[in-house]
Write a protein that binds this ligand. Sequence first.
Ligand code: GLN
Length: 456
Amino acid sequence: AYLDRIAAADETIGAYLHVDAGAAMESAEAIDAARAQGEELGPLAGVPLALKDVVVTEGVPTTSGSKILEGWRPPYDATLAARLKAAGTVLLGKTNMDEFAMGSSTENSAYRVTRNPWDTDRIPGGSSGGSSAAVAAGLAPWAIGTDTGGSIRQPAAVTGLVGHKPTYGSVSRYGLIAFSSSLDQAGPMTRTVLDAALLHEAIAGHDPLDSTSIDAPVPVLAEAARRGAGGDLAGLRVGVVTELGGEGHTDGYEPGVLARVAEAVALLEGMGAEVRQVSCPAFDLALPAYYLIAPSEASSNLARFDGVRYGLRVGDDGSRDLDEVMALTREQGFGPEVKRRIILGTYALSSGYYEAYYGQAQKVRTLITRDFTTAWDDVDVLVSPTSPTVAWSIGARVDDPIAMYAADLCTLPASLAGIPAISVPCGLSEGLPVGFQIMAPALADDRCYRVAAALE
Ligand code: GLN
């Protein structure tokens, strides 16, 4: 049924970069046959799903939205792809994304435009916009996204989905094409909180192949979602972050978004939560800090795309030396936003500037983490809008990188601190979905699911 939907609607939506209907049918039929034989099946046997194209998949084209990886078929599976396979899921295809996950609208993809199913003249968010559009349009029941500075939560918010960024280190990064290694995390994008919890449980857990993987048991999340759905939040202490759309900090926030978020807060109060305002002054600096740290790490990570090891190679006709082939390949293989970030990051890391830019940004990162630590003395969760605005029109921000970056205002603090954060739908503004963000202390992902389920 999903393959039929894809065939009928994906030309318009543009969610996928690669669909192999034959392979998907084959793996679905193999599961049916195993079931008929009475074989023991994985917990998610037969569930179809889509993976963001940043996830490396054995033998299946993987581009990270970039021309520089065109034609690359990885020789191995990312840990999360292997775990999903073992759980019995059926891979429908790989979804579109901003090139190397740099962007908030999926317009930086080297391949195609992805449209928001709620209004096809609008963006589906980004960078996991192929995943959000696929689930929102019914082209997959579940999808995996990755979130470095908001790329699961913001696309989920603007397409009316649930999206969760796990605690940093709790889902393996092995086999995710690296953007900013100290921030990257993969997580679920689904229609319901319980679905997100089930998908999250399937990919979580320690992985010796990722040196930042936390050696702790797989968290129990579905149970938290079921408990939360009961709607009893008695005693839960909720902090509304002043710096994220609160008094004196409403610049750039749409009134309709703030109204829906205020209603969600009132609902929490109605379920027994104690609500208070919490000030986190360093959050005002999250945007500049992130846009130094992420490009710095990216400039280092993207050095591996040299025209020799993977994908595209330009000008290798015997008339040029290796340096020229590398330069030509990178010139033609990377898009403008990726080049901008490589240049910014290289500058911020260069000697003489390192202390003033990268070093300073790391200090701000520490201050943001401290604001969270202080807040956890008084509250159990912090809440805010997920995105300051609803989905904007395709093309509206493509010539204005700063306007594009401003979409990440609310999602960046949790990324920089490595803590879990979920976006759950909280109604519509001008007919378009609004997302409500719930942040919790590191490893308390279950709290995000519990509160999100209560609001569902
Ligand atoms: N929009 C942010 C960026 O462009 C976040 C992207 C992400 O989370 N991958 O860096």
